[in-house]
Design a protein around this ligand. Structure first.
Ligand code: NDP
Ligand code: GDR
Length: 423
């Protein structure tokens, strides 16, 4: 063990730890970015909303007790709709970098809550920029704005670049369009280092449960384990350029280390229909689907089972009689991949069972049909490239959801019932 610094080390000026403020720290990207910045030696401050239940699941492993000294991970209550709170926090924290990830980020929900979405996602960004200006931090604080491929909306150009015109197709995208341009404006008007990352869809085991990828991987795991019968989805034809959130938060940091503030497209350059993501996720559990019908009548039917893969993925044993599969050793009504697991009459997981159905309630009033990004600028100027493929992403998400759902299954088998507080 080295006890003393060398004379060269003593002479060198001590590197000051950088301070970052992350809004949206409790979300998918906030959690990955926190991990990333802490590993880089940052002091990380995060803005979290007050909620009636804990909302910090994704970052609980990073939590530090407020009574500890020298904390490098500190959470503050706040809200993007509350400018006095944001100004006070920025004044106290004096951040070197702000990552503005907070947003009402669900496109479909934004049709239900358009005014709130405009306030939090659009004006929220203005509030941060104004705070930097009012506090005289224009030369100190750099800011990253979480812009989105949803800005492109209708297909005007394929693939989409930093120069492709915007045509937003939801209240969410319109709010994010305001945030994009106000970021550009504050850069040009006041010289703030303010950059937009135009990120295409990125997913992970931490993705919110109502976004399509996570909805699919959760359901595929639950269906394989007999906890659910069917998965209902909306538009199976939509095509998305899906990457892994881990790769994308690295780029957020790179954007703020660049020599100049600019706007950057971050994408994999490959696009995949929702239908194929479903197929890939189910195949990870050994369940192979075929598609029949079109539009609202389209269904995903169990075509075959890879027994070895199924057994590895679920930890269950399958025996085969003709086209009927039984789970060995399972009590009637439990375990069988397709019987619903509710303890009723066992339904054997016959080939030919419908596992996926379309429900028009998940269709959006206006849809974004095709997204595929060209991240050449990020590659050439910053050396960024995604490391995780779509296949790697699906495996990561499925393995994680299978583990999570097995926990549910053990609890059910052990007779655990949800607590009823109102008895
Ligand atoms: P999430 O939905 O997982 O996280 C959103 C975060 O914002 C949560 O921490 C949420 O808090 C917080 N939040 C929401 N409203 C407010 C508010 N009014 N005040 C303070 N905090 C608020 O999103 P992601 O992590 O996936 O995305 C991060 C950002 O990147 C978002 O701005 C999103 O729009 C954008 N984006 C995401 C892409 C993706 O594919 N994931 C692609 C392109 C852009 P709480 O936990 O309490 O709900
Ligand atoms: P998106 O992601 O709208 O691209 O926004 P989402 O996963 O919600 O939808 C992707 C596509 O799948 C279709 N779809 C369904 N979507 C959901 N949520 N649920 C379904 O049952 C379903 N069935 C089909 C959708 O119609 C859509 O075409 C995400 C968010 O993270 C935004 O915050 C971010 O800006 C963009 O990605 C880039």
């Amino acid at each position: 063990m080295r006890l003393r610094e060398t004379s060269a080390e003593l002479r060198a000026p001590k590197k000051k730890m950088k301070t970052a403020l992350i809004t949206g720290i409790t979300g998918q990207d906030g959690a990955y970015l926190s991990e990333f910045l802490l590993k880089k030696g940052y002091i990380v401050h995060g803005l979290k909303r007050r909620s009636s239940l804990f909302n910090t699941d994704r970052i609980d492993h990073l939590y530090q007790d407020p009574h500890e000294s020298n904390r490098n991970f500190i959470l503050h209550y706040g809200d993007m709709t509350d400018s006095t709170n944001l100004i006070r926090l920025i004044q106290e924290i004096q951040p070197d970098e702000i990552y503005n990830l907070a947003a009402m980020s669900h496109v479909h929900v934004s049709f239900e809550t358009p005014e709130y979405t405009a306030n939090a996602d659009g004006l929220g960004t203005l509030r941060l920029l104004e705070a930097i200006r009012l506090l005289g931090l224009e030369k100190k604080t750099r800011i990253y704005q979480a812009s989105t491929s949803e800005l492109y909306g209708t297909v005007q150009e394929v693939p989409q670049t930093e120069k492709t015109p915007f045509y937003p197709r939801s209240p969410y995208a319109v709010a994010k369009m305001y945030a994009f341009w106000i970021t550009v404006n504050y850069r040009e008007a006041y010289g703030i280092f303010a950059s937009n990352g135009i990120l295409f869809n990125h997913e992970s085991p931490l993705r919110g449960e109502t976004f399509v990828t996570r909805k699919i991987t959760r359901a595929a795991a639950r269906i394989a384990l007999g906890l659910q019968d069917k998965l209902y989805l909306g538009n199976l034809d939509a095509q998305r350029d899906w990457g892994h959130a881990k790769d994308y938060v690295r780029m957020m940091w790179m954007i703020l280390q660049a020599e100049e503030a600019e706007d950057w497209v971050i994408a994999t350059g490959k696009t995949t229909p929702v239908r194929d993501f479903v197929r890939m996720a189910f195949a990870e559990a050994g369940l192979y689907l075929r598609w029949e019908g079109t539009g609202v009548n389209e269904v995903g039917i169990l075509d075959s089972i890879d027994i070895k893969k199924f057994e590895q993925a679920t930890g269950l044993k399958l025996t085969v009689q003709g086209s009927t599969f039984n789970v060995q050793g399972a009590e009637s009504g439990t375990h069988s991949p397709l019987q619903g697991g509710r303890g009723g009459e066992p339904r054997t997981p016959n080939i030919g069972t419908t596992l996926v159905k379309v429900d028009p309630k998940y269709f959006r009033p206006t849809e974004v049909d095709l997204l595929i990004g060209d991240a050449t600028k990020a590659k050439e100027k910053l050396g960024w490239e995604p490391k995780i493929t779509l296949e790697g992403l699906v495996i990561d998400m499925m393995q994680s959801d299978l583990k999570l759902m097995k926990k549910d299954q053990y609890l059910r088998e052990g007779g655990y019932k949800t607590l009823n507080y109102f008895k």
